[in-house]
Design a protein around this ligand. Structure first.
Ligand SMILES: Nc1nc2c(c(=O)[nH]1)N[C@H]1C(S)=C(S)[C@@H](COP(=O)(O)OP(=O)(O)OC[C@H]3O[C@@H](n4cnc5c(N)ncnc54)[C@H](O)[C@@H]3O)O[C@H]1N2
Ligand code: MOO
Length: 401
């Protein structure tokens, strides 16, 4: 059986970044930019007033006081029609272009309109350039504003809009299909009959995929019969990643690995020395220039959750263009003494032990079928194999949920 780090190494080896594709900027939030985006304009496109007031010649105000002839009014969206000469001023609004001749703006609060069409200004210390944002001082035409590799957020969508881009080339979100397998499963909206349970893994995986930056598609529940499983697996293989839940251990109806083999999916590993999640299956199909990664996650809900956070999240990140491990890992201190028993490296649920999120308190839980106990979990503590007694304050590595 391979170790967690060997399994991660194999995923890194097989999860290649998806080819770049054009996309509407608004749909590309969270995606990695795959081109350098340059500005097609100067911003601001002209020397721009930053205050409502008067455009003046700073030298006219050398003494701090002046009475100037007002030659026109320039509002944002309009252009000046006159040149400001000595002893003249133009009324100007924030955002409007500075007229020829003027080299400073005095804010309206320092001025007093006179009856004869002039304005009295009392503004000591007005220097050239005061309250003016020079042309191209934010962006110059042709300059790269967003480099390839940048992850797009709302802020970047605003910058793209400023330079006239509503379409961009990005690494698209990996398409991930989810197939829940098992004769015992009923849909979330149904009351389970004898021997039945609700499909909790399917919706949980859909939510985990979305949170990890994938585009999730639910294929529903497949029954433990070859024909149903085969047809749904074939559909799932059209995606970049197929995530199967259940049917990967050693039960008589555990048909998944053999059906995957029939559909040209090559096994890369099966079983990892890990608790919970040991029976995890990983493989890949290369067909017609397209690769699909396949994860068979153990059916027990906590195993499914843990295997997703450890392995599938990483694969989604790599396909989406990340180079580093996207796991939200942390080093924490135990808030209280803890005894770990077990022959496998274990991911154990815990909650934050204090408000600073420095210490962690392990939770009471009943193993890999006890999803309800996980509701209180904020993180998964990683304990190495073997029985060991830990003291309060001992440092443990963790995955933040
Ligand atoms: N002889 C062995 N038996 C088992 C082994 C083993 O190595 N040898 N491994 C155990 C471990 S560890 C796990 S984990 C489970 C995983 O089994 P499968 O992946 O084959 O999953 P199933 O048998 O289909 O289901 C296990 C368990 O989970 C429930 N389940 C399944 N799907 C869902 C779902 N979508 N939502 C909620 N719950 C689900 C299912 O009802 C079972 O209770 O195997 C052990 N056995
Ligand atoms: O690994 Mo199983 O994942 O213990 O329930």
């Amino acid at each position: 059986m391979i170790s967690i780090s060997e399994a991660l190494g194999l995923i890194d080896q097989h999860a290649a970044r998806l080819p770049a594709a054009p996309m509407a900027a608004l749909d590309a939030i969270g995606c990695l930019l795959a081109e350098d985006v340059a500005s097609d304009i100067d911003s601001p496109p002209y020397d721009k007033a930053m205050m409502d007031g008067y455009a003046v010649i700073a030298a006219d105000l050398a003494s701090g006081v002046a009475e100037l002839e007002v030659i026109e009014e320039i509002t944002a969206g309009n252009v000046p029609t006159k040149t400001v000469a000595p002893s003249q001023a133009a009324r100007i609004m924030t955002g409007a272009p500075i007229p020829e001749g003027a080299d400073a703006v005095v804010m309206i609060e320092l001025t007093q309109k006179l009856d004869d069409g002039r304005v009295r200004i009392e503004a000591p210390g007005i220097s050239v350039g005061k309250n003016i944002m020079p042309r191209a001082s934010s962006l110059a035409c042709g300059v790269t504003v967003l480099p390839s590799g940048k992850r797009l957020r709302a802020l970047e969508v605003g910058i793209l809009a400023e330079v006239g881009r509503d379409q961009v080339t990005v690494i698209p979100r990996p398409r991930v299909t989810v197939l829940s397998t098992g004769d015992e499963l009923v849909d979330v909206t149904e009351m389970p009959g004898p021997g039945r349970i609700r499909n909790s893994n399917g919706p949980m995986l859909m939510a985990q995929i979305a949170a990890a930056g994938g585009s999730a598609e639910d294929l529903g529940i497949a029954r433990d019969v070859r024909a149903d499983l085969s047809a749904k697996i074939a559909r799932g293989l059209e995606a970049d990643i197929l995530v199967l839940s259940g049917g990967v251990s050693a039960g008589v109806l555990d048909l998944v690995p053999s059906i995957l083999a029939e559909q040209q999916v090559t096994q890369i590993f099966h079983k990892v020395n890990l608790k919970p999640g040991k029976p995890i299956w990983f493989g890949k199909r290369d067909s017609g220039g397209k690769s699909t990664l396949v994860f068979g996650l153990p059916g027990n809900p906590v195993s499914s959750l843990v295997c997703f956070e450890l392995f599938v999240r990483r694969a989604i990140g790599l396909l989406a263009g990340l180079t580093a491990n996207d796991l939200r890992s942390a080093e924490v201190e135990l808030a209280e003494p803890f005894v770990h028993r077990g022959d496998r490296p274990t991911l154990f649920p815990a909650r934050w032990g204090d408000a600073t999120q420095r210490t962690a308190t392990p939770l009471a839980w009943k193993g890999s079928a006890d999803l309800a106990a996980m509701g209180a979990a904020d993180l998964l503590l990683q304990f190495p194999a073997g029985d060991a007694e830990y003291r309060a304050g001992d440092r443990v590595s963790a995955i933040v949920l």
